[in-house]
Design a protein around this ligand. Structure first.
Ligand code: NAI
Ligand code: MG
Length: 478
C-alpha cells in the first residue's frame, strides 16, 4: 500500500523517525504481502504531542459537529468497504467473502450504532429531577492510546476510535503489527473524511516498543486495550505509575450450555460459531457442555460438523475457514491440541498437522475433543483456533458450576426451549454477555467481560461513558 511505511500524525502521512522494518505476512501463502515500520520513542512522542495539542479545541467541539464528522467517515467507509475486506483478508487470513461482509462490516455497523448513541447521549444534566443546582458533566478524558489486536481488526478499531472521537477525546491508535494494513486504510478514510489534524493519529509498533511507550506516557490519559490477558496485565502495571485509566477487553473461554430440549440444530450452530474466523474470537463458544441424555448424539453431530468444515486459502471465494494469523499462533494451537491428546481427552475430529492438501500456510484441522473434564488445559486456556472441547453434565446446577469455573467471564451461550430455564441460567452465569438460542444482542449493547476477561464495556452509551470523566458541580446557577 502507498502509505504502509508511513504513520498518520497531526493530519499528515509522515515518515518514521525511529524503529525498524517489519514484514506483513499473508498467512495463507506465508509470502510477504507488504512491509511496515515499527516505530520508536520519537514517533510515539510525536503522535502523543499531536493528540495533546489538538485536545483543547476538539474538547469544545459540539455534538452536531462530531455527528457530522462521523457521518462523513461512514460515507467514505462505505465507499471503501470492499477494499477494507480485501486488505483484512490478506493481512490476517479471514476468507475473502466473509471478510468483506463480517470483518469489514463491523466498521460501518459500529459507526452507525455510535451515531445513534451519540444523538441520545447527554453530556450535561441535573443530578436528578428537582436538583438542578447540582450539575453532572460528562467530560472527555483527554488523550487516549488505543491498542488493538489482529483477530477482528476493524471491529476493535471502530469500537475505540469512534467513541473517543464522539466524546471529544483525541487519540493515538496503535494497531496490531500482525494486521497493520487495515489501519492504514482506515487512516486514509479518516483523512478523506476531514478529521481535524491531531485529533486522530496512528502509528505502527509492537508491544515492547510503541505499546509500552504509550502505556507509561505521562501525556496519555487513558489506554483502551483489546488483546491477550497477558498484555492487559502488563499494560495495567505500566499505566499505574501515571494513574491513567485502563480499559481492558481480554480473552474468553465461553461455555455453550446445550440442554436436552434445545433446538436440534444447536450443536451444529455451536460448532459454526466456535470455528468462525478460524476460532480467533474472544467470545467464541469453545467449551460445549451437553446434557447427558443428548451427549452421545451431540458428539456425533459435532464430529460430522467439524469434518464438513472446509479449510482453504483466504483468497478463495465461498464458505470455508482460513488459516490462523501467524506461525506463532499456529505453533501455539498445535501445542494445545497435543496437550489435549496427552491429558486424555478423546479426539473425535481433526488433530495435529495441516488439513490434507494444504502444505503451506498456517492452516489447522477443525478439531473436536470429547469427554473432557474442566481441569484439562483445553477447557481452561483460550486456544484461539478451530478447537472445540465437549463434556457432559447431569443437572442445570452442575452445568452452571462448570461454566462459571473459569478465570474468564466474557460470553456464555445457552440453548434451551424452556423460557423459565433460559432466564434462570442467564442470570446465574458470571459473564458480561450471554447469547441464547442463536440470537445476538442488539446494536449498541455493551460488549465486555468480568473476571480476567477485563473491565471495559464497549458499544452504545456505555462505550461513550468509557471515554468520559464524570464531574459534579455544586451551586450551579439555575
Ligand atoms: P497480544 O495481546 O500480544 O496483542 C494484542 C495487541 O497488544 C497488539 O497490538 C500488540 O502489539 C499489543 N501488545 C502486546 N504486548 C503489549 C504490551 N506489553 N504493552 C502494550 N501493548 C502490547 O496478543 P497476541 O500475542 O497476538 O496473541 C496471543 C493470544 O492472545 C491469542 O492466542 C489469544 O489467546 C489472545 N488474544 C485475544 C484477543 C481478544 O480479542 N481478546 C485478541 C488477540 C489475542
Ligand atoms: Mg499476517
Amino acid at each position: 500500500m502507498e502509505n504502509s511505511r508511513n504513520f498518520y500524525i497531526n493530519g499528515m502521512w509522515t515518515a518514521p523517525m525511529a524503529g525498524h522494518d517489519f514484514d506483513v505476512v499473508d498467512p495463507s501463502t506465508e509470502e510477504v504481502a507488504d512491509t511496515i515500520v515499527l516505530g520508536g520513542q520519537a514517533d510515539t512522542d510525536a503522535a502523543v504531542a499531536a493528540a495533546k495539542a489538538a485536545f483543547p479545541k476538539w474538547r469544545l467541539s459540539s455534538k452536531a459537529e462530531r455527528l457530522e464528522l462521523m457521518q462523513s467517515i461512514l460515507d467514505v467507509y462505505m465507499r471503501r468497504s470492499d477494499e477494507m475486506g480485501a486488505v483484512i483478508s490478506t493481512e490476517m487470513g479471514a476468507p475473502i467473502d466473509m471478510s468483506k461482509v463480517s470483518q469489514s462490516g463491523t466498521g460501518s455497523f459500529h459507526l452507525k450504532a455510535f451515531i445513534a448513541s451519540l444523538k441520545d447521549y447527554e453530556f450535561e444534566h441535573a443530578l436528578r429531577a428537582g436538583e438542578d443546582d447540582t450539575r453532572i458533566i460528562h467530560e472527555p478524558i483527554g488523550v487516549c492510546a488505543l491498542i488493538t489486536p489482529w483477530n477482528w481488526p476493524m471491529n476493535q478499531i471502530a469500537l475505540k476510535v469512534i467513541p473517543a472521537l464522539a466524546t471529544g477525546c483525541t487519540m493515538v491508535l496503535k494497531p496490531s503489527e500482525q494486521s497493520p494494513l487495515s489501519a492504514v486504510l482506515f487512516s486514509e478514510i479518516m483523512d478523506e473524511a476531514g478529521v481535524p489534524a491531531g485529533v486522530y493519529n496512528m502509528l505502527h509498533g509492537d508491544g515492547p516498543g510503541v505499546g509500552s511507550q504509550l502505556s507509561v506516557h505521562k501525556d496519555v490519559d487513558m489506554v483502551s486495550f483489546t488483546g491477550s490477558t497477558r498484555a492487559g496485565r502488563a499494560i495495567t502495571i505500566a499505566a499505574a505509575e501515571t494513574v491513567k485509566r485502563v480499559s481492558l477487553e481480554l480473552g474468553g473461554k465461553g461455555a455453550n450450555l446445550v440442554f436436552a430440549d434445545a433446538d436440534p440444530k444447536a450443536v451444529a450452530q455451536g460448532i459454526a460459531r466456535c470455528f468462525n474466523n478460524t476460532g480467533q474470537s474472544c467470545n467464541a463458544p469453545t467449551r460445549m457442555l451437553v446434557e447427558r441424555s443428548r451427549y452421545a448424539d451431540a458428539v456425533e453431530q459435532a464430529k460430522a460438523a467439524a469434518n464438513a468444515t472446509k479449510v482453504n486459502a483466504a483468497s478463495e471465494g465461498g464458505q470455508h475457514i482460513g488459516p490462523l494469523v501467524s506461525e506463532m499462533q499456529f505453533t501455539k494451537v498445535q501445542d494445545l491440541i497435543q496437550q489435549g491428546i496427552d491429558e486424555g481427552a478423546t479426539l473425535v475430529a481433526g488433530g495435529m498437522g495441516r488439513p490434507e492438501g494444504l502444505n503451506r500456510g498456517f492452516f489447522v484441522r477443525p478439531t473436536v475433543f470429547a469427554d473432557c473434564n474442566n481441569d484439562m488445559t483445553v477447557m481452561r486456556e483460550e486456544i484461539f483456533g478451530p478447537v472445540l472441547a465437549m463434556m457432559p453434565f447431569d443437572t442445570e446446577e452442575e452445568a452452571i458450576a462448570i461454566a462459571n469455573d473459569t478465570d474468564y467471564g466474557l460470553t456464555n451461550y445457552v440453548q434451551t426451549t424452556d423460557p423459565e430455564r433460559a432466564r434462570r441460567v442467564a442470570r446465574a452465569l458470571r459473564s458480561g454477555m450471554v447469547d441464547m438460542n442463536g440470537k445476538g444482542r442488539g446494536a449498541g449493547s455493551p460488549f465486555g467481560g468480568m473476571k480476567q476477561s477485563g473491565n471495559g464495556r464497549e458499544g452504545g452509551e456505555w462505550g461513550l461513558d468509557e471515554f468520559t470523566e464524570v464531574r459534579a458541580i455544586g451551586g450551579w446557577p439555575t
